[in-house]
Design a protein around this ligand. Structure first.
Ligand code: PRX
Length: 635
């Protein structure tokens, strides 16, 4: 895929300028030349930023799976589409060709149809990182059902919330999954969730671990016998450009998770375009993204982006530390991986271990290495660049979000000179802006501000499922006429962007986006807790960790604080998932508040990092004595 190639920085700037001057023409050409359409569009784009309404490729008809699979069959039917690398290195890897992928996705699609799934129905997918996860996702897209993948690390109540929010009709799960030396009882977790999900009519269960599970009559079905009977061909449903392709939940700074809605044509064009340009994928290359398909990175850069480009993509079931810390590098060597895309948190964890874990392996197949999900600190950047990339592979630090559908700011390998910790330049078609506190755009270089995007791009989410007003309020009202990312950024002297972190109440822990408010809601459910406030603080491996300040209720009895802390983390683990557990919990007599009752989180953030003076303007602080007490007993 390519209707242009960016071979030099000069060419990048030329294409970039063109893309800004005539964005519709720019996207029109990319869409036309690189994809298969059932019917072309009447208009490239209609939009209204204030109302957050976007129509890309109006009235075009297509099916994304025809673009991911069918159109490759003539040319590369026998080429490997997916390499499945199991958790246990002793279990053999699977090479799934495009022909085989077509067959498996068709079978899955036929089973879904047989089981009553129709175009527009929501199907929740709660599976480990196995090929069936990719088949299930693509099968939904094949028949026009909306997939909602829930990360298999989420708890039953998080799963139930997501199923109920978009009233999914079906759940696809498995008898379990392997992760490192653990066996995860996914079906058991799902069963608990299903006690409270009235919209689910059927559950299809993939066999992975072989462990005995409970199968509820009339609701649960093993998928294997159904697949066996199903035909290995299928006709792809004809979808409108703006039909919903998927919902993917992301945590918000307040309230329940936001079901970000992505639609068919725009998402396809954007995932395909960005994959092609950011990873420099060439025919025959093996590409590996270590993310989980439960996150947007897995959607766009394990499944859709690579397959749209006819690539070979690795699906890895395991973790970087099992059986030991060389696992990533062993897989790179084994499959001769050419592009490797991971998260800073993994890099930091691996950099802490003995260097022989990396040096014992041949990594010379690598051509491009990538980073995503959180700011990559200088030390991690250099370690990754030197020891994994061998100082010869461009390191692409890719900035983007669930909401953007695909990569927005990133170096183009072999073109954009990389600079440690900088995501560098926007991709052609993307127009970033930095905003000041007065909501004015900050022009020029060597400036810092809130990062916005001032013109639509095809991959932009279209709404929050069931709550368009929340979509407007969260992303389009802070800076009218612009999409607000929630991140802060600086632009250096040559126009490179460096993402400085969130400016709202979202904390990125190990690359996972966690809103503090939903976690506080869970803590406050504990019978002994009166109130709580959570902030992020820097953590060596995770990037950020969570620090909770908790006020206990005055129940007139002594409580064992260590025990309450354990119970709080158990509650969080049950209701959200282990990723949201607090690293530090401090019991406090009160929280610093303004006269209007708002918690002054700025002060709590400073205390968490050990700054006990210089709290800035504290003229509105109602209870300074509480601050003194919190400092004294800081964890
Ligand atoms: O704060 C930014 C951070 O991750 C947030 C988006 O999280 P999520 O929707 O879960 O998507 C993660 C995968 C795309 C952003 O608002 N982030 C993502 N990539 C980077 C980053 N921060 C700094 N540098 C990055 N490369």
């Amino acid at each position: 895929m390519s209707n242009f190639s960016i071979e030099s920085l000069e060419k990048y700037f030329k294409i970039y300028r063109k893309s800004i001057k005539k964005p519709k023409k720019f996207w029109d050409e990319i869409a036309e030349e690189n994809f298969t359409w059932h019917m072309m569009w009447d208009k490239v784009l209609e939009f209204d930023m204030e109302k957050a309404k976007f129509t890309w490729f109006k009235n075009a008809k297509l099916n994304i799976t025809k673009n991911c699979i069918d159109r490759h069959l003539m040319k590369r039917g026998d080429q490997t589409a997916i390499i499945f690398e199991p958790n246990d290195p002793k279990e053999e890897a699977q090479h799934i060709t495009y022909n085989e992928l077509y067959k498996q996705v068709s079978k899955f699609a036929n089973v879904l149809t047989e089981q009553g799934i129709e175009k527009g129905d929501r199907v929740c997918i709660y599976l480990p990182m196995i090929p069936e996860l990719a088949y299930a996702v693509l099968a939904c897209a094949r028949i026009g059902a909306v997939h909602s993948v829930v990360f298999a690390g989420f708890s039953s109540s998080a799963l139930a919330t997501r199923i109920n929010d978009s009233s999914c009709k079906m759940l696809i799960t498995s008898d379990g999954g392997f992760r490192g030396n653990k066996v995860i009882d996914l079906k058991g977790i799902a069963d608990k969730a299903l006690e409270d999900t009235p919209s689910i009519e059927k559950t299809l269960v993939v066999k992975r671990t072989g462990k005995e599970v409970n199968m509820k009559d009339g609701r649960d079905l093993w998928i294997a016998p159904l697949l066996e009977k199903a035909a290995g061909e299928s006709v792809a449903a004809i979808m409108d450009a703006e039909d919903i392709l998927f919902i993917l939940y992301t945590s918000g700074s307040t309230g329940k998770p936001k079901g970000m809605v992505h639609t068919t044509a725009g998402y396809m064009v954007y995932a395909g375009y960005t994959f092609k340009n950011v990873f420099n994928y060439e025919k025959g290359d093996v590409y590996w993204c270590t993310a989980d398909i439960g996150w947007i990175t897995g959607h766009s850069y394990i499944i859709y982006g690579p397959l749209l480009n006819g690539a070979t993509t690795v699906i890895f079931e395991g973790v970087p530390s099992y059986p030991d810390y060389s696992r990533f590098w062993e897989v790179v060597q084994k499959h001769k991986v050419n592009q490797f895309y991971t998260a800073p948190t993994a890099i930091r964890a691996l950099a802490k271990e003995d260097i022989h874990f990396v040096q014992d392996y041949q990594l010379n197949s690598l051509k491009v290495i990538g980073s995503v999900g959180e700011p990559i600190n200088d030390e991690a950047w250099h370690w990754y660049n030197d020891h994994v990339g061998g100082k010869r592979c461009p390191l692409v630090d890719t900035w983007w979000q669930t909401e953007t559908g695909g990569i927005m700011i990133s170096p183009i390998p072999f073109v954009t000179p990389t600079k440690p910790t900088y995501a560098s330049l926007p991709l052609p078609g993307i127009q970033p802006a930095l905003m000041d506190n007065l909501r004015n755009e900050i022009e020029g270089n060597q400036v810092t501000g809130s990062l916005c995007i001032k013109y639509p791009w095809p991959g932009i989410a279209r709404t929050i499922w069931g709550d368009h007003q929340r979509y407007i309020d969260t992303y389009f009202s802070t800076y009218p006429g612009k999409y607000f990312t929630g991140d802060g950024a600086l632009r250096d002297e040559v126009g490179y962007y460096r993402i400085t972190g969130r400016v709202d109440d979202v904390v990125i822990v190990s690359g996972h986006n966690l809103g503090t408010a939903p976690i506080e809601d869970v803590i406050n459910e504990h019978q002994s807790v009166a109130e709580s406030a959570i902030v992020g603080y820097p953590h060596e491996v995770k990037g950020n960790a969570l620090y909770g300040y908790v006020i206990l209720k005055d129940l007139g009895i002594d409580r064992d604080e260590t025990q309450v802390a354990i119970e709080i983390n158990r509650l969080i683990s049950d209701q959200i998932g282990p990723i949201a557990k607090l690293d530090k919990i401090q019991f406090v007599p009160g929280l610093p508040k303004t006269r209007s009752g708002k918690i002054m989180r700025r002060i709590l953030r400073k205390i968490a990092v050990g700054e006990t003076k210089d709290f800035g303007d504290i003229s509105t602080l109602l209870n300074p004595e509480v601050v003194k007490d919190i400092i004294k007993h800081r964890k």
